[in-house]
Ligand binder design. Structure first.
Ligand code: AMP
Ligand code: MG
Length: 487
């Protein structure tokens, strides 16, 4: 394991022309201290997860420094926010502080979030608050535990610096880890400003560094679009499977790598409600749970539009070719979602009636507002499954069909339970769990709950009997919790 000064960090973005970025130094916060260090992330990066590694990183962040030899930078991007194009966004409160190559040879951006104003801050203060960084730190760990592609969070820092939101809060920072921070909106920026040469540079850079196999494609721009179509379809199918709602699926929050990025007012479903809106600022439910798959297509269409100048042929032919690639999204999503639904039901064989079996269960769950996570987990014990429902007759009728379907799976009772338990987590990051950790941190400066949740959610499929309380549905006090874009 390496210490920070042994990392030989890089910054490949520096080879791109200055229109892509803006250089700034992190503006340190008063009395910065380490709140939580994710040892699992550190180890995977080949960074010493011990006391020395932690204190070196904390000292660096407290002093407002980047990794040795790196000039930090904010990246420029644009994006469609709630359907409206915003010509310039960019990292308004985050700086790349270096890229490190892990022991497997993979490169990762380390980005410091909450580090102060940049050229892209607009009216913002460039800061993040403890509440929102705890939420991002926990969600990153929870998604990694679930095996869902995501940015990660190496470390979370608090401070004594007041930051003004709806109330006075404390400034905080986190170090986000991602293969790159390119978003669909990175491409849109160069398309809408008519900088097609820079757009070409971005495409070439992306392919060379992250998707080298696409370099030999007949048309690299279309190949990248297809890559994004497939990875986004897979990702959203996984989100739907665990009841994850992103909350702000703007194109600037969509990673070109098909990983979950920019955790803000996200949520995991408690009671099953297909139209659930997790973001209190999403007045029209544009990003409701059941709309996420179709928003995926809207966002990919924005990316496709932005890549058009790089598709050979006259504009009409180019548009037709891009549309053809975009048409693959729905079948790709449908296939991934069908596979996900079968997995959740513990079905390895494929039968035509499986979607109907799923729909019937979900209709029952919707009418009873059944807990999404716990209901699927309970499929492992079929005998008691109908007892969970008020309309027991309806639940029994469904269970009879389900048993008949399972009879054709040639799997023993134990094998069935194991399948259900590997596909359906016992623990997800329910809003109230994150809220408890936030309240303890804010009110009592007690950060132990953050560590407990990171540990627990790192293995969400394991029973962990001693922590069964964390699998319970939200308590009464949590019914009024609201999360919004304020962060
Ligand atoms: P988000 O809604 O977090 O995805 O952010 C959208 C845009 O607003 C991005 O360009 C962010 O960098 C920027 N932004 C969000 N919060 C702040 C802030 N407090 N200060 C400056 N920029 C911000
Ligand atoms: Mg964002």
């Amino acid at each position: 394991m390496r210490q920070l000064d042994e990392l030989t960090p890089e910054n490949l973005y520096a080879e791109l022309p200055p229109i892509f970025w803006s250089r700034h130094r992190p503006d340190p916060l008063q009395d910065t201290f380490l709140v939580h260090f994710n040892a699992r992330v550190a180890k995977s990066l080949g960074i010493d997860p011990g006391e020395d590694g932690r204190s070196a990183l904390t000292a660096l962040v407290a002093k407002g420094e980047a990794l040795p030899g790196i000039e930090p930078m904010a990246l420029c991007y644009a994006g469609h926010q709630f359907g409206q194009y915003v010509p310039r966004l960019g990292d308004g409160r985050a700086l790349l502080i270096g890229q490190v190559v892990d022991p497997r040879g993979e490169r990762h951006d380390l980005q410091l979030k909450g580090s102060g104003r940049t050229l892209y801050s607009r009216q913002g203060d460039g800061r993040a608050v403890l509440r929102s960084t705890i939420r991002e730190h926990l969600a990153s760990a929870a998604m990694e535990g679930l095996g869902i592609p995501t940015t990660r969070s190496l470390a979370l820092f608090g401070s004594g610096e007041p930051v003004f939101r709806e109330r006075v809060e404390n400034g905080a920072l986190l170090i986000r880890v991602a293969p790159s921070h390119f978003r669909f909106g990175s491409f849109e920026y160069f398309f809408y400003t008519g900088r097609y040469d820079d757009l070409r540079l971005l495409l070439d850079f992306t392919i060379r560094n992250y998707f080298p196999t696409l370099a030999v494609a007949d048309n690299p721009a279309l190949a990248l679009l297809e890559q994004a179509v497939n990875s986004t379809a897979q990702l959203i199918a996984r989100w739907q499977g665990v009841g994850f709602c992103h909350g702000v699926m703007n194109t600037d929050n969509m990673s070109i790598h098909g990983i979950t990025i920019d955790y803000g007012p996200y949520g995991f479903l408690d009671a099953y409600e297909p139209g659930h809106i997790c973001n209190h600022s999403d007045y029209h439910g544009r990003y409701a749970y059941d709309r996420q798959p179709s928003i995926g297509l809207f966002n990919l269409s924005c990316l496709g539009q932005a890549l058009l100048p790089l598709v050979d042929g006259n504009p009409e032919v180019a548009a037709e070719r891009a549309t053809e690639v975009l048409r693959r999204y729905e079948p790709a999503f449908d296939a991934a979602w069908l596979a996900e639904r079968r997995r959740k039901l513990g079905l390895a064989k494929e039968e035509a009636g499986d979607p109907a079996l799923w729909d019937e269960l979900l209709a029952l769950m919707e009418s009873e507002r059944s807990d999404f996570t716990n209901t699927f987990r309970a499929l492992g014990d079929i005998d008691s499954f109908p007892d969970r429902f008020i309309d027991r007759d309806r639940a029994c009728a469904w269970t009879v069909k389900y048993r008949a379907r399972l009879a054709r799976e040639t799997v023993e009772v134990d094998g069935h339970r194991a399948r259900i338990h590997t596909a359906n987590p016992k623990y997800v990051l329910r809003n109230y769990l994150a809220e408890q950790a936030i309240r303890m941190a804010e009110d009592e400066e007690d950060y132990g709950e953050i560590d407990r949740l990171v540990q627990l959610l790192g293995s969400p499929f394991d029973e962990q009997h001693e922590h069964s309380d964390y699998a319970t549905v939200p308590p009464e006090w949590a019914s009024k919790l609201e999360v919004s874009c304020s962060s």
